[in-house]
Design a protein around this ligand. Structure first.
Ligand SMILES: [Fe+2]
Length: 482
């Protein structure tokens, strides 16, 4: 395993934060207090009379015109146009702040439509835990809008798979409930494509949740998220409120609780279809359909990228330092002073060795190489494709190719490939073979064999590919696959 830990999912989703804050404030406080090792304590230094009343301060949120460039943009550039992606992230690093990107109606055309949502519900059997219905801030029990497949008339009695009862669901939504489809990128192709484009560009994981509501009720409680959020208004209109932040850049596993909700919004504004609202981590927010639009449906998507923070650098460093015996050794707390001093001097020296000028590049390279394509499959008649009569026409694709890194170790006569969340060591004589795989989106077995014809036998290359395929480093794609 490359980075020591595999992080299979993106950060907690909006709904989790909502639920935690609605129902478990005390539990969170208690947990956080234990975490920092002190009881919750409030110390006032001034009398009530000396404290100035808190005034609601409106802030100005910059609005940018996405313009026509957003229509052709790919990945995160589609969200932040007209800004260049690097400029956007540089600015947010220096001063995190919300931004509104105004776009035309067709900016996200086809990303999600009412038909697409109905398709997810009816044909892909969207149901809990992906589907949630929230009414008056409380989750509606599954059994109140689901039925077993018996009685729907669409299927024969069989395994009991619950499905949404359209009539009951519509009744809740007419009464003011909000419909939430979590991780919709998993089961709706246009959104999956957008998520994959962003993942490939940024080498991080993306999660997209969908919210649909019709009534002028607040769909979720005022909350903050532990990740940056790009809110895409896909259909209709919605009124958003930002309340500022009460702790800069909080995280879910923070060492301080962040549960004091501000009372008044510092910004309110309406998003219409084609608009994006960027909300930095930690900014309290909520939304509702405007009174004037009551009864008209709104769909918005919340897209978030997994945050990579300074604690990741420490985790990465820890993994590298474990190569050294002294970091695996017991800390000599009860030994004599000279031993303790010697021990800590050795630790500091090894840490310093890692923290040289190129540490940022090495960390970035390793983070990118940890990006995996674990769920990418290419099933066909032959589970062992080299046994197929079409084997020479199969196409080969190196998993995690876009973020792969190779490093040669001439002294050991080897090179290391870091890709798809794995680190693999190869004989240096195979370097050209690996470069060929890494250099092309895909190439056929026949083309691959032509790379070093004369240097390797057909049998050797077949064995080489078998190992890579079995080890999930390479995907063999049937020639008839699109
Ligand atoms: Fe949120």
């Amino acid at each position: 395993m490359f980075l020591g830990k595999r992080h299979a999912s993106a950060g907690p989703i909006d709904y989790d934060v909502y639920r935690r804050e609605q129902r478990h404030d005390e539990a969170v406080l208690s947990f956080m207090s234990k975490r920092v090792g002190v009881p919750k304590l409030s110390i006032r230094l001034e009398s009530e009379a000396e404290v100035a009343p808190v005034e609601s301060t409106q802030v100005s949120i910059e609005e940018l015109d996405a313009g026509g460039s957003a229509l052709d943009a790919v990945g995160i550039a589609r969200m932040v146009a007209p800004l260049a992606v690097t400029d956007f992230y540089t600015e947010q690093y220096r001063r995190p702040r919300p931004l509104v990107f105004r776009g035309t109606d067709d900016r996200f055309a086809g990303l999600i439509t009412w038909d697409g949502l109905n398709d997810a519900i009816c044909n892909r059997n969207l149901r809990p835990p992906q589907l949630h219905v929230i009414m008056d801030g409380v989750e509606v029990g599954n059994d109140l809008f689901q039925v077993d497949n018996l009685g729907l008339g669409t299927r024969q009695p069989g395994p009991f798979v619950s499905r949404v009862d359209g009539r009951k669901l519509a009744n809740f939504l007419r009464s003011g409930a909000t419909f939430i489809a979590n991780a919709i990128h998993d089961y709706h192709a246009p959104i999956r494509q957008l998520a994959e484009e962003i993942e490939q560009g940024l080498a991080t994981y993306v999660n997209v949740n969908l919210y649909a509501s019709w009534r002028s009720t607040r769909g979720f409680a005022t909350h903050w998220d532990d990740h940056d959020v790009y809110i895409i208004q896909a259909v209709g209109e919605k009124e958003w409120h930002l309340f500022g932040e009460t702790r800069n850049l909080p995280t879910t596993l923070d060492n301080r609780p962040n549960v004091e909700r501000p009372d008044e919004p510092v910004w309110s504004g309406k998003l219409t279809s084609g608009d994006v609202l960027y909300v930095p981590r930690g900014w309290w927010h909520d939304a509702r359909v405007d009174q004037a639009d009551d009864g008209k449906g709104s769909i918005h998507l919340t897209l978030n990228t997994r945050p990579i923070t300074g604690t990741w650098v420490l985790r990465w460093l820890e993994n590298k330092l474990l190569d050294h015996e002294v970091f695996r050794q017991n800390t000599p707390l009860a030994a004599d002073e000279a031993s303790r001093r010697d021990y800590f001097e050795r630790l500091v020296e090894l840490i310093r060795e890692q923290l040289v000028a190129d540490v940022g590049d090495r960390f970035a390279s390793d983070i990118r190489a940890s990006w995996t394509e674990a769920t990418r499959t290419s099933l066909s008649t032959y589970i062992e494709p080299w046994k197929s009569p079409l084997w020479r026409s199969f196409r080969l694709s190196l998993k995690g190719r876009r973020h792969a890194a190779m490093e040669t170790c001439p002294a050991k006569g080897s090179f290391v490939l870091r890709a798809n969340g794995m680190e693999r060591e190869f004989d240096l004589r195979c370097l050209d073979l690996m470069r060929a795989l890494a250099g092309a989106e895909s190439l056929s077995v026949e083309e691959f064999k032509g790379v070093c014809r004369g240097r390797f036998s057909d049998e050797f290359i077949d064995d080489f590919l078998k190992q890579l395929i079995k080890d999930d480093a390479v995907l063999a794609i049937h020639p008839s696959a699109p």
